[in-house]
Structure formats: C-alpha cells, structure tokens
Design a protein around this ligand. Structure first.
Ligand SMILES: C[S@@+](CC[C@H](N)C(=O)[O-])C[C@H]1O[C@@H](n2cnc3c(N)ncnc32)[C@H](O)[C@@H]1O
Length: 234
C-alpha cells in the first residue's frame, strides 16, 4: 500500500469502493471451501470484498489486487462507507432491476456490504501484504504464480468504458499469472445484457488452447447476472 505510483493511481473520488462477501463469492463462482484447499488464489479486482479477509482466516490462501489499494486504508474505509450510503439510496429507486431473494431488502443488502467493507479494511490493516495495488491490464505477479484467479463485476460488466482490446489484454495477463483456471462473473453488462463481444472473446480463447464453459450459478442479484465464465488453461 505504501508503494504509491502516481502514474497509475486513480483519484479516490472516481473509485466506487463497494464489495461482496466471502459467501457471495463462493455462490457466484460456484465454489466450495473444500475445493479451494491448498490452492493459491488471486481475487482481481477485489475492491472492498471480504473474500481474502474471511478466506485467509479459514485457511484459504487469497491475495487481493485492485487499483483502489494505491490509497490509504483509512481513506478507503471512509470512501466505502459513503459509497454504501449512496448506493442504498439509488437502490431504492432501482429495486425492480434486482431479484430480492438472496437479499431480503435494502437493509439486509446494506448489512452485507458493510460487513464486506469492514472485514476487508480490518484485514488490510492487519495483513497489508495481502492487498496489492495493481493497474489492469498489467499485473505485477510472476508467471503462473496463482492456481486460480477470480474476477467479479469488472470485465464484461463495464463494457461501456472498457473496450474489447482492454478485455483481451486483461485476459492475457490473467492467463499469464494463473496455472489452472480463471472464473469471471457475471457475463452481462450493467443493463443485464450478455457482453456484446463474448463470442469473439471465447473464439480467441479456444484458438489459444483454453477450454471455456458458461456455467449457470445459484447466485442472482442483478437480474440476468447468473452465469460465470470458466476458462481452463490448456
Ligand atoms: C465493481 S468493483 C468489483 C469489486 C469486487 N470484485 C466485487 O465483485 O464486488 C470494480 C473494481 O475494479 C477496480 N478497478 C477499476 N479499474 C481498475 C484497473 N484498471 N485495475 C485494477 N482495478 C481496477 C475498482 O477500484 C473497483 O474496486
């Protein structure tokens, strides 16, 4: 966290520091805790998620990477609390775009978002070495440093601002640092529509020898966001 690089750092007001819980990660990536035993995992971008914090307390070896981690822990906690308040106000107006089963209502959702943020920022203080500032599409890790890479709510979802080339470069980098498999959730954009260039991207991945599967998962909060892309290295 101290190694701040001004050229890659995004201004804090441009970052939305909200994250999901460990349990949501298991559900959206269709994973069990047992299946992760003995694996080295990268969560990227991890944002304010508690996957690394809770995982590491349960002997799951997770490293978290995000551009937000160029900022100080206390600034991220403060920004995260503001972002949750703002997101909950907006959520009341956009309720119909979500499926209220996993979360009963906005109060229940807020509890989960606060728990993820607090666990994440507490762990950042205790174990800063687990929280690596990165600026995709590059990663500062060695080839095949991780067994599994998990990436949620970034690629595909923000297709309005991340172009196809960014997606390809990021995936190439994900493949470089990963030994076994990459899981990406979801495969839709913010409007709930399948990523426009997904078939093109899958063809590219097949051409370079990967196997690719679209896997329906139990987790669906944003309507239509219930499929994960599972990419296995050939
Ligand atoms: C919507 S959040 C997703 C966080 C988490 N995976 C989740 O599912 O809750 C998107 C994250 O992408 C990070 N981000 C945006 N641009 C990035 C980049 N170029 N490199 C690394 N992280 C980036 C943001 O800081 C933010 O934490």
């Amino acid at each position: 966290m101290s190694n701040m690089d001004q050229s890659t750092k995004l201004e804090l007001d441009r970052i939305v520091f909200i994250g999901r819980t460990f349990e949501e990660y298991l559900d959206m990536f269709s994973l069990s805790k047992d299946s992760l035993a003995g694996k080295k995992i990268l969560d990227c971008p991890a944002g304010a998620c508690s996957f690394a914090a809770v995982g590491n307390k349960q002997d799951v070896d997770v490293t978290a990477a995000d551009i937000a981690y160029y900022h100080a822990q206390e600034d991220l906690l403060h920004k995260g609390l503001q972002d949750i308040e703002y997101a909950m106000e907006r959520m009341e107006k956009a309720r119909s775009h979500y499926i209220w089963e996993y979360f009963r209502d906005t109060k229940h959702l807020k509890e989960h978002r606060l728990s993820a943020l607090n666990n994440c920022t507490d762990d950042m203080k205790e174990s800063p070495e687990r929280y690596i500032p990165v600026s995709l599409p590059s990663l500062p890790f060695k080839d095949e440093e991780f067994d599994i890479l998990l990436s949620a709510h970034f690629l595909f979802m923000y297709a309005d601002r991340l172009d196809y080339q960014f997606h390809v470069k990021t995936l190439q980098e994900f493949l470089r640092v990963t030994k076994e498999e990459i899981r990406i959730f979801p495969i839709v954009n913010l409007e709930g529509k399948r990523y426009e260039y997904l078939d093109q991207l899958i063809s590219y991945l097949l051409d370079i020898g990967c196997t690719v599967e679209e896997v329906k998962v139990q987790y669906e909060f944003q309507a239509n966001a219930n499929v994960m892309l599972l990419i296995k290295k050939g």
